[in-house]
Design a protein. Structure first.
Length: 211
């Protein structure tokens, strides 16, 4: 993508915008600009989709990652002791949120050797209140594994925070497990934004002019 597409990613903007709704709208636009892809994609749980928002693309843009961290930080409950992020996708988000809140973070690493889900990399103590951050949620399976890892360590899971909810059962699965869940963006809404953006940027047919 050219710099003209990413015009909302400049250092002069971002967190300097005071209106939270404007900031969320610009972050949504940038998520689409840098990482929306159409094609055939297979999720980690085997689900097939004709579109995708690639976390590896939106989490490797520093100015976008910084603003995602600030939005996540606003959703972290007072009294939270630690932030957790699942490797590899959500660790960068956990770090960004940690830098905005000053809270320590821990990573949850998926290990074949463990056989029982993710293992904790870093410090996490019994009775700590932990918020788990996820990038893109579909069925919620990975978030449930991460949540179990947190509670198995004796910590209290405050909530799961997601950047994008694909609307494929994660909210229902987490609710059934009694886990509080909040997502910043719904995939359907981002897809609609993308469609509107493409329509508005499409050139008018040759020889036709608007009123």
């Amino acid at each position: 993508m050219g710099q003209n597409v990413l015009k909302t990613l400049s250092e002069d903007e971002g967190e300097a915008i005071q209106d939270p709704r404007t900031r969320r709208r610009e972050v949504a636009q940038d998520l689409i600009a840098v990482s929306y892809r159409q094609g055939i994609f297979i999720a980690a749980d085997g689900a097939v989709s004709d579109y995708h928002l690639d976390p590896a693309l939106f989490m490797t843009k520093p100015t976008l990652l910084r603003r995602l961290g600030s939005l996540l930080a606003e959703q972290i409950d007072a009294g939270t002791d630690r932030i957790a992020g699942s490797e590899p996708g959500s660790v960068a988000l956990a770090i960004a949120a940690a830098l905005h809140t000053g809270l320590p973070y821990v990573s949850l690493r998926h290990s074949v050797e463990s056989g029982n889900g993710p293992v904790v990399c870093g410090e996490m103590h019994a009775n700590e209140r932990v918020v788990l951050i996820e990038d893109v949620l579909s069925s919620g399976t990975q978030a449930l594994l991460g949540a179990k890892t947190v509670t198995d360590h004796g910590a209290e899971l405050v909530s799961v925070l997601g950047v994008i909810d694909r609307g494929e059962g994660a909210a229902e699965a987490l609710a059934a497990a009694g886990i509080e869940y909040k997502a910043m963006f719904a995939m359907n809404d981002l897809a609609k934004r993308n469609a509107v953006s493409r329509q508005s940027s499409s050139p008018s047919p040759r020889g036709q002019h608007g009123n």
